[in-house]
Design a protein around this ligand. Structure first.
Ligand code: SF4
Ligand code: SF4
Length: 215
């Protein structure tokens, strides 16, 4: 029996802080009907929850958390990126969506081919790539950041559309601060298209190497 479906478990499932204002925005906004109001509190159905993080962004009270799992939270992703970017010869961060790329990475040579110049970080959904995280990566002196997400119409959380908006907004900001917006790119690749993923990474690294380090 899945009695745990009504429990709140720390991990890749969303949880709710005691400070929740019970506004029900997350209940209405969850595309998977995983959140509900029961016994005077908000609970998450751990079977239905896809860890897309939409409720984290929706909550006006900052009361939703996703503790861990493939870099579901920004701090986790940022720590991993930061650790890598301190290394000599490190240049770029590749942010790949868990749903579209992680299975491919597990069964391919892409991860094995990863060299000291770039690091692939898997996040739970392209929609979790906030512009603040992207900005932090550039503040950490990344030469470039490549975001990889699903093609239009293939993300059931609408995460790819959000990722595109975040990238576009940050490209505009980079331009304002005289950083070449080409240093931030987004690619949409169908699940299973490993060769294209590797080609896009190679092309991106070629471009980044031509641009050189951030001044
Ligand atoms: S993380 Fe996504 S699927 Fe899970 S409860 Fe929040 S909005 Fe729903
Ligand atoms: S959106 Fe935030 S404050 Fe509103 S019910 Fe959900 S967790 Fe509580």
């Amino acid at each position: 029996m899945f009695a745990g479906t009504e429990f709140e478990m720390p991990g890749t499932t969303s949880t709710t802080d005691p400070g929740c204002a019970l506004c029900l925005s997350c209940v209405r906004g969850c595309p998977h009907e995983a959140r509900s109001f029961k016994n005077s509190k908000i609970i998450t159905d751990i079977v239905k929850c896809q860890s897309c993080g939409i409720c984290v962004e929706i909550c006006p009270n900052n009361s939703v958390q996703i503790a861990m799992g493939y870099g579901t939270n920004r701090e986790d992703l940022n720590n991993k990126a930061s650790e890598f970017l301190k290394k000599e010869n490190s240049k770029a961060i590749i942010l790949g969506c868990n749903w579209s790329y992680y299975p491919d990475l597990q069964s391919s040579s892409i991860q094995g081919a990863e060299d000291l110049e770039y690091k692939i970080l898997i996040n739970m959904c392209g929609g979790r790539i906030e512009r603040q995280l992207l900005l932090e990566l550039f503040l950490e002196k990344a030469w470039g950041v490549l975001v990889a997400c699903c093609p239009d119409g293939e993300c059931e959380h609408g995460g790819n559309l959000k990722a595109k908006l975040h990238v576009k907004a940050l490209q505009s900001l980079l331009k304002d601060i005289e950083v070449d917006p080409e240093r931030l790119q987004i690619v949409q690749i169908a699940h299973g298209d490993k060769p294209r993923f590797q080609t896009e990474i190679n092309n991106f690294m070629e471009k980044i190497n031509k641009l050189g380090p951030l001044k």
